[in-house]
Design a protein around this ligand. Structure first.
Ligand code: 3H9
Length: 698
């Protein structure tokens, strides 16, 4: 029996090519070979039409991403696609599930396309740092026009079959029973003597706006900053308007190969697998049954609590939002309503969706109303005594088996578990602000947390649209612990001579969504100030806190008071350099006997990024993170790190660990600062000539 994932057989006059390559029918070498063989075989029989369809849950979801980093093995997809388009018998493509990337490119080379309702069609290559490399940039504009093609390929977002029908990307909507209705459709085409219809021969409609491409480039410039693929895509769609398919595909191939070998694509492919790996924990069997979560409770109706409640409501999970008095609850509900109104204004939500979500949220001042909830998350003031009291109340009220979670950013979950009689049901669920928007959820495993509770949180995260990363217990967990060293370096660089604007611009130029000082201004400088006082630190005593302490004492709390590290325009929130901050910096530097001098871009990048790398590898050493790629996912989804850089750990590999250790050692030698002692893990990896990525396969 052949082990090919592709089979060919006859159904009356129809030659049926059937692909079966679970889980997503990716176009592996074997699949390509199988399709190529089947096309050949069909030439020699009396079939009148060919039908290509897939077994399992989806049509082809694209090229096999695991093959993209390796030397390509024939037959190559673009060659198969050209053969299909030039095939003498009409080819019908029947789609279900997802027709993505190379899958949609293959479909567009067929002569007729049909799909069951709800099928997703898209060219998501840009999300992998690529562009469609098998004719997608040339055929999509021919089928749907250059405007729609630009939107689909530059965003990488799929459209559904219903929209695809309207746009002309498919010809026919099938019934749910794909096999039966696709055969019926193919027979219909035979009866109407439908002929081959090569997509490559269609001329692209001239754009109605003669400035389409330059305007489009400007429109997406901010979003695609630093990435190479989007600009290539725009050029290729423009080329499709003026050249034939052969010339267009030649250029496409050239740009595709450049993207495929770029560090950006390597980084984004790493991210693709890293995101999926976070759900797999080596010490928790994958068949561990999660607990059922049909209802939830959130304690604390502030910004965080409200945002968390919205996450449940958006996923259709009824949630009780609790606070101590009716004013606090009313304020919380008002913030939620305002957030939803903003989402509607931006077109992210419809009125219907908002109504459905709001109907899931019930506000109350009664703790008792939490007694039926399957999970309760506390999001009260960040103070151990306050949280301990809340946990003991939760323990009293909540039903047996309910999960008790804390949204703390720093505190010891073990200590919170001690205030209950159910330590195994206690866990940390660290959302990031704004909780209804930010994708990251750090799931903090305390010493006694039961495995099924961890599994439940992982599954729940995916359900409420979050990317879960399970982490161990330490001050600040993974993200904020790493941020501490990073923030400290930013402060020291300021005293040594850099300006807030310089530091932020360098980091933003490198790809971060916001530089460290702009982020602090956005979050509010008073939060850190209060926490330092709670920890007993004297204001202005340590150089790394002297400036933020001084700013808060001058009532410069950040964006909310229109002044912090910068001055902010009250209307537009645009930031401006503030001479007062420069003067403060001079005074503080003099007080600590630091000579201010010119700081280079390279020094800023090195100090900030290496701080993340050194602390990240200490976190790995201590087993707080499961694998380096989990740390990358934390930084990408919680801290605005650019995905196309792969994350701080991937970046370290890109630089080379020997260079990393050399630079960190030089920083230690010049500062004698213990923070800059290279982590043991880094030293060991360099000694063995290994990479951090080698630790990802856990
Ligand atoms: C391309 O096509 C280039 C061409 O233009 C040019 C050629 C010349 N390859 O996401 P899930 C694995 S580039 C290999 O959890 P879902 C995935 O790792 C490609 N593996 O399921 C996971 O493995 P595991 C363009 C793949 O239902 C398992 O399948 N296409 C691929 O939540 C299940 O995946 C894309 O970028 C692949 N292409 O979502 C589409 N896809 O179980 C990428 C998935 O071991 N794929 N796997 O962790 C997706 O977006 C989602 O997987 C999909 C299903 C929406 C299809």
């Amino acid at each position: 029996m052949s082990d090919s994932p592709v089979s060919y057989g006859k159904n009356g006059s129809i030659g049926v090519i059937s692909i079966n390559n679970p889980p997503v029918n990716a176009l592996s070498q074997k699949v390509r070979q199988g399709i190529s063989d089947a096309l050949e075989e069909s030439l020699g029989d009396n079939s009148k039409i060919l039908l290509i369809m897939c077994k399992g849950r989806t049509f082809i979801a694209g090229a096999d991403i695991t093959e993209l980093g390796k030397p390509p093995v024939p037959p190559h997809l673009p060659d198969i696609i050209t053969r299909m388009e030039n095939h003498p018998k009409p080819i019908v493509m029947a789609l279900h599930g997802n027709a993505l990337g190379g899958g949609l490119e293959l479909a567009m080379a067929g002569h007729y396309r049909c799909a069951i309702p709800g099928t997703k069609l898209g060219l998501p290559e840009v999300k992998l740092g690529l562009l469609p490399g098998a004719g997608g940039t040339q055929r999509l504009p021919r089928l749907v026009g250059p405007e729609n093609a630009l939107d689909m390929i530059v965003s990488g977002n799929p459209i559904n079959a219903e929209k695809a029908l309207k746009m002309g990307l498919i010809d026919h909507l099938l019934d749910e029973d794909i096999e039966k209705s696709a055969i019926a459709y193919a027979n219909q085409l035979i009866q109407s003597n439908s002929d081959v219809r090569p997509t490559g021969k269609i001329s692209v409609t001239t754009p109605s706006n003669s400035n389409l491409f330059s305007e489009y480039r400007n429109r997406v410039a901010r979003k695609t900053r630093g990435q190479i693929a989007p600009d290539f895509i725009i050029k290729l769609v423009e080329l499709a308007c003026s050249s034939d398919i052969i010339a267009g595909q030649e250029k496409e191939r050239e740009y595709f190969l450049e993207c495929r070998s770029s560090p950006q694509s390597a980084a984004l492919r790493h991210v693709f697998f890293a995101e999926r790996a976070t759900s797999k924990l080596p010490d928790i069997p994958s068949d561990t049954q999660p607990r059922d979560i049909s209802s939830a409770g959130v304690i604390g109706a502030g910004t965080m609590g409200g945002g968390i409640a919205m996450c449940f409501a958006n996923a259709g999970i009824p949630v009780k939002l609790i606070d101590t008095d009716s004013d606090a609850v009313a304020r919380g509900m008002q913030i939620i309503e305002k957030n939803y109104a903003n989402s509607m204004k931006r077109g992210r939500f419809t009125q219907e969706k908002v109504d459905a979500a709001m109907s899931c949220i019930t506000a109350s001042t009664e703790f008792e109303s939490l007694k039926e909830a399957d999970i309760v998350i506390e999001a009260v003031f960040e103070n151990m005594a306050v949280k301990e009291k809340v946990f003991s109340q939760m323990d009293e009220v909540c039903k047996k088996g309910a999960i008790l979670a804390s949204n703390t950013s720093y505190l010891d979950i073990d200590q919170l578990a001690d205030s209950t009689n159910r330590a195994k049901d206690v866990i940390g669920s660290h959302f990031f602000s704004p909780a209804n928007v930010m994708k990251l959820l750090e799931i903090v495993r305390a010493t006694r947390t039961a495995p099924d509770v961890v599994q439940t949180l992982i599954k729940l995260s995916r359900k409420i649209g979050k990317v879960p990363v399970a982490v161990g217990l330490c001050h600040g967990f993974v993200g904020n612990r790493m941020l501490k060293g990073y923030g400290r370096q930013a402060q020291l660089l300021l005293l040594e001579g850099a300006s807030p604007q310089q530091i932020d611009s360098v980091m933003e130029g490198w790809g971060l969504a916001m530089g460290p000082l702009a982020v602090s201004d956005l979050a509010g400088l008073d939060i850190g100030y209060r926490s330092r006082r709670d920890q007993g630190l004297v204001s202005g005593e340590l150089p790394e806190f002297a400036l933020p302490d001084a700013l808060v004492e001058l009532d410069r709390l950040g964006q909310k008071s229109s002044a912090g590290y910068y001055q902010y325009d009250k209307e537009t929130r645009a930031r401006q350099i503030d001479p007062e901050v420069e003067a403060l910096l001079k005074d503080i530097a003099a007080r600590f006997e630091i000579t201010r001098q010119t700081i280079s871009e390279e020094v800023i990048l090195d100090r900030l990024l290496l701080a993340l790398v050194n602390e990240g590898t200490r976190i790995l050493e201590e087993g707080i993170a499961t694998r380096p790629s989990d740390i990358d996912i934390v930084y990408l989804n919680g801290y605005g790190f650019p995905a196309w850089r792969g994350g701080p750990m991937f970046h370290a590999d890109t630089v080379g660990l020997d260079t990393v250790v050399e630079k960190i050692t030089a920083l230690y030698n010049s500062t004698q600062d213990d923070f800059w002692k290279p982590s043991k893990l880094l030293e060991n990896l360099v000694e063995k000539g290994d990479t951090l990525s080698s630790l990802n396969n856990k």
